[in-house]
Design a protein around this ligand. Structure first.
Ligand SMILES: NC(=O)c1ccc[n+]([C@@H]2O[C@H](COP(=O)([O-])OP(=O)(O)OC[C@H]3O[C@@H](n4cnc5c(N)ncnc54)[C@H](OP(=O)(O)O)[C@@H]3O)[C@@H](O)[C@H]2O)c1
Length: 204
């Protein structure tokens, strides 16, 4: 599939692009607000790149991988260009407090808000994947939530190339749990100087 990574110049987007390109199954496009920055990252990885609004227009799946607090603004800016193309949101809504990282909203999630902004279906997942583990190491299970639609179908297919197991964890509302779990992981990473991931037990 053709995958447009919006914010593909960042730590996560770049790692995702590198790993997916290495698996050789998909055509990856790296996006940025700035054409030159996109081209520079794309050239490093040996793939194509361009401005966010240009790469989303030709994709089968759009991965929204800008820094989390720019997710909604970026969704609004790109909504027309994305059209009805399925979206995978990897963002987490977090608050950084003195005593640690906390979940952000008391209700809802960034992914549910993105689903109200764009016209196509939205899935959410990969929040528990550390960028460092994507390039080398073990990212753990790939957890994906969303409606029974093309966004979840394509996201699970893509996630299956990144992890031993891509797991459907239910409707998009469960992004509240996935995004909240990022706060848990970030506290663990800080406390134990680690790049923690998640693995579910008890599955066949
Ligand atoms: N880092 C991880 O290990 C990790 C793991 C799982 C999920 N995630 C999620 O992946 C997403 C990206 O994380 P990251 O660590 O890669 O973030 P990042 O490096 O801070 O930023 C990613 C990209 O976002 C773009 N950006 C920054 N400010 C922006 C703005 N105001 N408007 C539009 N675009 C903006 C930048 O691209 P340009 O300047 O080139 O446009 C930047 O390269 C986040 O939602 C994060 O929660 C990260």
């Amino acid at each position: 599939m053709k995958v447009a990574i919006v914010g593909g110049t960042g730590a996560f987007g770049r790692a995702l692009a590198k790993r997916l390109h290495e698996t050789g199954k998909d055509e990856i496009l790296v996006g940025s607000r700035d054409a030159e920055r996109a081209q520079a990252t794309a050239a490093e990885l040996g793939i194509a790149g361009g401005r966010n609004q240009d790469i989303v227009a030709e994709a089968d799946l759009v991965v929204l991988a800008v820094k989390s607090d720019a997710t909604l603004e970026t969704g609004r800016e790109l909504a027309a260009a994305i059209g009805t193309t399925p979206v995978l949101c990897v963002a987490s809504d977090l608050r950084f407090a003195k005593d640690g990282v906390l979940p952000g909203r008391h209700q809802g999630s960034l992914a549910e808000e993105v689903a109200r902004i764009v016209r196509g279906p939205v899935a959410s997942g990969l929040q528990s994947f550390a960028a460092a583990n994507l390039v080398e190491g073990d990212p753990g299970d790939a957890l994906i939530c969303g409606g029974q639609d093309r966004a979840k179908e394509l996201s699970l297919e893509l996630a299956g190339r990144l992890a031993d197991r891509a797991i459907d964890v239910g409707p998009l509302e469960n992004s509240r749990a996935l995004e909240g779990m990022t706060a848990v992981i970030l506290n663990v990473n800080k406390r134990y100087k680690a790049h923690a991931g998640i693995r579910l037990t008890g599955l066949p």
